[in-house]
Design a protein around this ligand. Sequence first.
Ligand code: NIG
Ligand code: FE
Length: 424
Amino acid sequence: MQVDLLIHSARQLVTCASPVGPKRGEAMRDVGLIEDGALAIAGETIEACGKSDELRAAYRAAQTLDATDKVICPGFVDCHTHLVFAGDRIDEFELRIKGATYLEIMAAGGGIATTVRATREAPMEQLVEGARRRLDRMFRRGTTTAECKSGYGLDTRTELKLMRVLDVLEHIHPIDLVPTFLGAHAVPPEYAGRPDDYVDLVIGEMAPAVAEWFGASHFVPEGVPFFADAFCEQSAFDSKQSRRVLEACAALGMRPKVHADEFTELGGVDVALALGATSVDHLDATGAEAIRRIAASDTVAVVLPVVNFNLGGTHFANARGLIDAGAALALSTDYNPGSSPCPSLPMTMAIACRYLRLLPAEALNAVTINAAHALALGDRTGSLEVGKRADVLIVGAPDYRHLSYNFGVNLIERVVKRGRVVTL
Ligand code: NIG
Ligand code: FE
């Protein structure tokens, strides 16, 4: 049979396949390893996956890639990013080095508000260009699908501008994007001390406007889901306010996600579970009882260890406890200018293995199949299975564990996106 692309002779092909939903518990240690593996791709789709000799006998290909001594694995899914923003937070980086904390800087009118000021002023072209450069960096490090949150506008005009930036980027960049409305990211300065009034604005004006934008965007014909998120935290939104926002957004067709327990266990997990959120993210301060409840739910637990590393902390989310309790665990960069200026999922895996005591297999499943489920895209990407999108990486190492073992080096040699070998 004729196909478009055959990648063959890989020392290891790791499928991360999981036909039954996200991986949990023991299954996290299984990457679906095939030695001397090959992959046949027709158009944008995986046609076959198996042993090299069998696939080479069965398929004739327009293009072949030899992966001798290398690893083939699924393209990474970065399921939690704040990609579109202007400016940087280098001054706050220095303040933190000198001893200020993230929450202190935020309470003093810096932090997210600093980026909001810059983002409101930035013309759309500048935001597109900045985000495009960041997407390039992610792509070269193996990310083939990325969620992108708004949340640096915090007024209707700028939140809509951020959404339109995503629509442009989806056209011009090979990474598949998934939009999330994060109007409830922080209380903007003009609403200081009046968070409930700001929540009214999000519910009454902003959410309907972005829902209308989404309906007319080309994400709809592509079947891409639309999410809403809220930052449930001190100096941001309490659990009642977060719930109000997410319920209103759900009524407009957005699926809930929650920033929960990043610094304070404030009830964000309860909100996420009560609303059947697709994911609940951060979980740094989450206790044992809440971990058990997450594990018993369908909500994916997204842990973001680059944030702890970047903020110089020694405390990390209990990802080990989440996996051992049976939760569906995913890892993500949280790429943003304040708490995680990092485009790299391999770096995220390296930190997770060292400080969260994940095995390299668990870390890989957490940035592929489980991260795809954190975006409700587990049926389309995140693993090398017949019929799925051909999002594939060729890794310049003979064993998949090198992806977590090495750091500060980029082992990704080739990225195949929707069946096309793309070099950026
Ligand atoms: O996920 N926690 C809230 N939002 C981001 C940080 C955003 C920022 O600092 O600009 C986060 O860590
Ligand atoms: Fe975040």
